[in-house]
Design a protein around this ligand. Structure first.
Ligand SMILES: Cc1cc2nc3c(=O)[nH]c(=O)nc-3n(C[C@H](O)[C@H](O)[C@H](O)COP(=O)(O)O)c2cc1C
Length: 335
């Protein structure tokens, strides 16, 4: 196993859950935290503008249990990124991450995200300003390249420049972003994965902390990658098959995974509080649809937490009762 805390800031990055817009909001993160007590969680990307000019509580409030928690920022204006972090500091984030990997048109027109890989000087200015604003670790999430960039020389040059600006922590989505012609969704699937390229980067730069991201779905493959890299970052697998977070955590600690009923019961307690504060059950349950993925009862679980939760928005017992039913199905199958 590699040195899990090479970065030496007390945060274990062996298992990280990726920033995902509209998915990894605070309800989702509360759920993921129950499944993976020590994983590093990320917020959705928040633009520096949103923090500077809108009500920051809307984007930055979170539960204390979500820590360790990284705030991902989108932007390319060093001054705004500086201001955004100064504002965010009072919320107590554990790390600030700059998005240099998102290919969407909206993000490109604001000239940030993956297109910045072709403009390392801007990224240098941004991360310098970010580091000035905080004592907390500042990191970059990027791809292995964009468009026709040469992934052999281009990635090395990009990383070298950003490292010269004091950054040694990188989350790398192991595929290129093709900025013209592909939707963001296609850009997460079509450009081929190249783990070897990220591996070479890690081997040739032992002083850097390199976290591998992209296409990781299988438990034993992920465990193998955890031993090869400084850590892994899971996106869609964490969201669509969240129980993998509990299984990976159990493997790391050589313990049994927390059972699904316990997780669902704690989420029902959490939903109680959300509802008391004016929220609705499905705002919580929409992130939990995959908890029983691959198990008997998975379809019933999804239907209850999807459609039925919308019809009974103030009834957290729906969650408890459905979990009890689905766990009975699993146990019956085992017996
Ligand atoms: C719905 C969705 C939203 C995403 N939003 C962001 C984002 O806000 N910032 C970011 O850096 N990446 C974002 N991503 C990309 C993921 O962080 C991750 O890099 C990508 O999904 C590849 O990892 P995976 O194959 O494990 O899903 C998003 C992905 C998805 C599926």
């Amino acid at each position: 196993m590699k040195n899990i805390n090479k970065f030496d800031d007390g945060i274990n990055r062996q298992l990280c859950v990726a920033p995902m817009m509209d998915w990894t909001n605070r309800h989702c993160r509360y759920f993921h935290r129950l499944l993976a007590p020590s994983a590093l969680l990320f917020t959705e990307m928040v633009t520096a503008d949103a923090i500077c000019y809108a009500d920051p509580n809307r984007f930055l409030n979170h539960d204390i249990s979500e820590h360790p928690l990284a705030l991902q920022l989108g932007g390319s204006d060093p001054e705004k990124l500086y201001k955004a972090i100064k504002r965010a500091e009072e919320y107590g984030f554990d790390e600030y991450n700059l998005n240099v990997g998102c290919p969407s048109d909206r993000v490109q027109s604001g000239r940030f995200g993956a297109c910045l890989m072709a403009e390392p000087e801007i990224v240098q200015a941004c991360v310098s300003a970010m580091q000035e604003a905080t004592e907390k670790p500042v990191s970059v999430k990027c791809r292995i390249g964009v468009d026709d960039m040469d992934i052999d020389t281009g990635l090395d040059e990009f990383i070298k420049k950003i490292h010269m600006s004091g950054i040694s922590l990188f989350y790398i989505h192991a595929r290129k972003a093709w900025l013209n012609g592909l939707s963001p969704k296609e850009n997460r699937n079509i450009p081929p994965l190249n783990y070897q390229r990220v591996s070479r980067l890690a081997v040739e730069n032992p002083a850097l902390t390199i976290i591998l991201n992209g296409g990781l779905t299988e438990k034993f493959d992920i465990i193998q990658k955890q031993s090869e890299f400084d850590g892994v970052m899971l996106g869609r697998a964490a969201y669509k098959t969240p129980y993998i977070l509990a299984e990976l955590t159990a493997h790391t600690h050589d313990a049994l995974s927390t059972d699904r009923f316990t997780i669902a019961d704690k989420m029902a307690d959490y939903a109680d509080i959300v509802i008391q504060n004016g929220g609705m059950l499905h705002q919580v349950t929409r992130h939990m649809l995959g908890l029983f993925a691959g198990e008997r009862g998975a379809k019933y679980w999804r239907r209850q937490l999807g459609e039925a939760a919308r019809l009974q928005p103030k009834n957290p017992d729906l969650l408890r009762e459905t979990a009890e039913f689905c766990c009975l199905q699993i146990n019956r199958e085992v017996a």
